[in-house]
Design a protein around this ligand. Sequence first.
Ligand code: ZN
Length: 484
Amino acid sequence: MAPLAHPAGLTLHPFAARIGPAMKLYNTLTRQKEEFKPIESGKVGIYTCGPTVYAYAHIGNFRSYVFSDIMRRAFEYLGYEVKQVMNVTDVGHLTTDRDSGTDKLELGAAREGKTPQEIARFYEQAYFADAARLNILRPSIVCRATEHIQDMIALIERIETNGFAYSTGVGLIFDTGKYHDYARLGKLNLEEQQAGARVDIDPQRHAPSDFALWITNQPNHLMQWDSPWGRGFPGWHIECSAMSLRYLGERFDVHTGGIDHIPVHHTNERAQNFAATGKESVSYWVHGAFLVLGDTRMGKSEGNLITISELENQGFEPAAFRHLCLTALYRTPLNFTGESIKSAQNSLHGLLDFGRNALDWPESGDDSWLTPYRNEFRSTIADDLNTPQALAVVWNLIREGNKRQARSAWKTILDFDRVLGLGLEELVSTTSEVPDQVRKLAAQREQARTEKDWGEADRLRDRIAELDYTVEDTPKGPRLKPQP
Ligand SMILES: [Zn+2]
């Protein structure tokens, strides 16, 4: 392929490895879209708050993991070397944020008559199986909380040595009052919290925002370890601090998670990191918004949870759900309705339809017309992962590709799919385009048209429509499409 002129006058090979344009991300800490500046040039360290493996992850959870996957893919597409670390929480995540309540893993164990370990391994495996069906790339490092207890104890010792902890009957408690900037990430009003605090589970606690680093005196808890503070288990927040600092260092680039983590979990992680290291550990806190089902968000407490398997049973491919996620900016709420998933599926099928058509077209000579689309796609995903706009670029490209009957348009879309992650290449080759019955009706209609039997041709068109397909007459013959 001949080198193309770059708008700035430089000459670049269209697929030359280069970093850029600069990534911009909305940083929850500053409440602004900021230009991404890596700690180490050309590299990105991302910590993704991972699943608590006590039940099947639902599509609300997966919207968040699709978002972090898009981020990782976008950085890679822009030329960065990405190290993505994700935890698997298999102890210490309680059913409330107040260090009371039950460990979710033990809840799962009681529910299913298994050990917490059996529950954890089963649902971890289920999580990764579902994630794979959504083309969520496996993070570079996956770390289980129960395998990092010593890292947590070592980090808590640093926090204690630096004067940020005290003991109560519950265990070792983080003293949020010692961290001057505690409220910033969550924009918390601590005075209001103090005033509104009801009788606490732990009356020795200094402030309602203080939280447990290490929980003791729970003889019925099945998972326990020895520690300088007695036999017990870690708080959920220390898990993420210990594992992110261990694998990404005391300063790292990006921390992702759902917006529900901002006021407590991530606020506490940030406080712990500062207490242990004296540093602002994370450069960019980036949060994904909820998937909204009807009028409520899809959290585990809402009931009515839909899994990837349930979607499949209703006839929706995992890629249709992934496509739905792409239709909204990651930090705006996304409505999940029967209509929205159906419409996402239709768009996905439209993409595949284009791919199948394009594969019949010849390779064309001059592909320079594709360059503006490539540039626009790059700058769109670099602009705070603007996937709805990226899809618009794809559809504009399809319109032009259809006009030109250019196979290279499809190749370009497959290149974009390195970020979108719909798995288009595989779907085109593994899914059948149109049911045989529809194909036969179309052939009969073609016959009727050749015989100029317009009445019969119209009748057959209606039969095809009843089967949810439309027939389009093109210079190369009829094309069947699933109805939008
Ligand atoms: Zn976390």
